[in-house]
Design a protein. Structure first.
Lengths: 72, 72
């Protein structure tokens, strides 16, 4: 299990947090997703047994939700 | 057709607008719903043929979405 942390810009409310959480939850091996609009942060655990997870996959998932992520 | 306008506090983004729009769209006889988080406004048309629409129904619908409405 590895912990991933990303800065996410543009989130303003709980709806935004849920939109990010929903998209990131579709990535394989991801669990314990935490999103804070106030802090502009996304953190989650990734189980390596589910395969490699690249920054681009996370950035794309957050982009799908309508926001911009960068690895923290 | 009558136009109704309400001030709505607490909306911060397009997700908030959609949440309000969705709840208000469930009210009978309502159409042309416009919601602006920036302006804090909700406007819509109401067809009297669908029956009476009270402020309380609108306030309750907006409350369901998580926000507070007052008749403008």
């Amino acid at each position: 299990m590895s912990t991933y942390t990303y800065n996410v810009t543009g989130m303003s409310c709980g709806h935004c947090e849920n939109a990010v959480k929903e998209e990131v939850s579709n990535l394989p091996g991801v669990s314990n997703i935490e999103v804070s609009a106030d802090k502009g942060l996304l953190t989650f655990e990734h189980d390596g047994a589910a395969g490699e997870l690249t920054d681009q996959q996370v950035i794309d998932a957050v982009d799908e939700a309508g926001y911009e992520a960068t690895r923290a």
